[in-house]
Design a protein around this ligand. Sequence first.
Ligand code: 13P
Ligand code: SF4
Length: 327
Amino acid sequence: MSLSTSELNQRINKLRKQKNAVILAHNYQIPEIQDIADYIGDSLGLAQQAAHTDAEVIVFCGVHFMAETASIISPDKKVLIPDTEAGCSLADTINADQLRKWKSEHPGAVVVSYVNTTAEVKAETDYCCTSSNAMEVVNSIPEEKEILFLPDKFLGTYIQIMTGRELNIWDGACHVHEKIGDLNLGEKQEEYPNAEILIHPECGCSTSCMLKSAVYYDCKDAHIYSTGGMIDFVNNSDAREFVVATETGILHRMQKANPDKAFIAANEESVCEFMKMITLENLHEALQYNQYEVKVPEELAQKAKLPIERMLAIGREAPKEKKMAIK
Ligand code: 13P
Ligand code: SF4
């Protein structure tokens, strides 16, 4: 028997209360999941919430590396992911053996890994970062140190330009963001000449935009932000139209908070199928049957914890706002 959305919402609300569970959702989740989550946020905000929550169960509506990170920083909590297939193409671009080999070619280098990596890769890492604090993390490393930055080449190049530091950058990319290019932005700029342009640094266009900005007028006004930074920007801007270059799930949250503003996807096909694997049905089952637990073996978790703690220490202040769920 299939349940209606309102029946599923009611059941999820009852179960989360019974089990003292918190539902964390990434900004790319489907609208129904965003609407029922206790917190919606970017990778850093969600990791901060996982570190501070006093709930006994964390249901992670996002992708596997996010749930794994939550389990590493809160090993006493039960961390659940509603679909174990919710992976990340970017995290899959480097494994621990490849990183060990890269490190052996650069003895003494400091390893900075984007949080979109497996626990095994984090265990070989000195500092984790997200798109919202990568600049601060790189700037905190002494100038004379060589840096290996992984896995995202667009974020790496963006950070290299912004910090002026020479980085060794892994050749990885997210299959959703790498397809968002200058062409998309050019077309949208023509169609919406008054729109503010927001770009996630994982996009192919983020670096070409940075490189061009000194020369061409058309990209110089773009704003490059993590998904959380984009949300803050649109909530605080007086502009009426925004072209958004990232996964399209974020448009729901923007539109809901700003019904009188218009949000246009830079590329309507920018949909992460991994993020969309989480549904009200499998969230309900996750709470009902305590599935699927994400647990990192203790020895590995110990090694992966330090770079995550460093990331959290360098991160922005944890968001205080608690989003009320549908009752
Ligand atoms: P942020 O939400 O941290 O900007 O990350 C984007 C992303 O692609 C997560 O996988
Ligand atoms: Fe990974 Fe890209 Fe999906 Fe984010 S959008 S979870 S980086 S595949």
